[in-house]
Design a binder for this molecule. Sequence first.
Ligand SMILES: [Zn+2]
Ligand SMILES: [Zn+2]
Ligand SMILES: [Zn+2]
Length: 162
Amino acid sequence: MKKPAKHAHAPDKGHDHDHCIEDAVIAAEKLCAQKGLRFTPLRKRVLELVWSSHKPVGAYALLDQLRDEELGSAPPTVYRALDFLIENGLIHRIERMNAFVGCSHPGESHRGFFLICGECGNAEELESAGVADTIAASATRRGFAARDMTLEVTGTCAECRK
Ligand SMILES: [Zn+2]
Ligand SMILES: [Zn+2]
Ligand SMILES: [Zn+2]
């Protein structure tokens, strides 16, 4: 059943980012249709704004951008849209930055981690079931029932190291 690994949306400089946004919106529309969820104009707009780059975006920046748009974008509504997108695996919260970033493989199970560049601020999502399995196994040995894990690795990306 597993499809070949999709293009990982590596945030190389000079890639056509409009495609990233388009792909994200199409994937979200498909996923919502499959699950019978409503992909409202605000949810779509919030997704687009989170995907405006590969840098995690904070809630305040999103609220600022939405303030002038007429989508009923009072803060609680925007937070609900963010929760919806997180719950359905369309975006992720980067805890250490208290910010949001688009998911590069929505609808698939999440066993990955993030590489976060301290120079350019890009966050790249990588898949690695092995890492998650190791942590889950350690947790189980401690009698701990793991529910969710987001691994965030900070450093300097290949582009910035050039
Ligand atoms: Zn991109
Ligand atoms: Zn993801
Ligand atoms: Zn970088």
